[in-house]
Design a protein around this ligand. Structure first.
Ligand SMILES: [Zn+2]
Length: 188
């Protein structure tokens, strides 16, 4: 059964207000008409999608922003996850997004714009790079998978865990590390 998406116009108004910097076209514009017609088509393929699931996905994009180009794919991926988790919970099964497990964390992070579910991202040393300091290292991502990996490492090897850069701290800054390299030469 396909979603009827009667709620889409209301959702779109709220979604655009929620993401003013996402580069989304105005609903009434010519471009908006084309873009949102394709959104309707693609979202209609997510079985069981409702207003609540789509709103949860939209809100998740605030804390896990996607680039303008990937905005819709992230929204759709998040929404599909919410629907799946809801259905699993209804069946009495373990929700797919049990974030205490590796599997659940991975499933919840597949739409992560930064690590695509791998849990690790590359961060770059803010120039000037000190001697004997690597110009780029892996950091634990801010998504569920990155958090799961960091929690596990903290439990297994707290000393090592402290040495692995935490993207959360980098993003909150100021930090010795940055997400985008500020130098032209490739780090590797
Ligand atoms: Zn991630």
């Amino acid at each position: 059964m396909k979603a009827s998406l009667e709620f889409l116009p209301i959702f779109l108004r709220e979604h655009l207000a929620r993401h003013p910097r996402a580069g989304l076209p105005a609903i009434e514009s010519k471009e908006g008409g084309v873009v949102y017609a394709s959104w309707r088509k693609l979202l209609g393929q997510i079985e069981g999608l409702d207003y609540d699931a789509l709103t949860i996905a939209s809100e998740r994009l605030i804390v896990e922003p996607a680039s303008d180009k990937k905005h819709f794919t992230a929204l759709a991926a998040f929404a599909a996850e919410v629907v799946l988790a809801k259905e699993a919970a209804k069946r009495g099964g373990k929700p797919r997004q049990d974030l205490s497990t590796h599997e659940g964390s991975k499933a919840a992070s597949l739409g992560c714009e930064r690590c695509h579910g791998g849990g690790l991202v590359t961060v770059f040393r803010r120039p000037p790079v000190p001697e004997r300091c690597p110009p780029a290292v892996a950091a634990h991502c801010v998504c569920a998978m990155g958090r799961w990996m960091r929690r596990r490492l903290e439990a297994q090897d707290p000393v090592l865990a402290r040495r692995v850069v935490d993207l959360d701290l980098v993003l909150r800054g100021p930090s010795d590390w940055v997400v985008d390299p500020e130098f032209e030469r490739a780090p590797y």
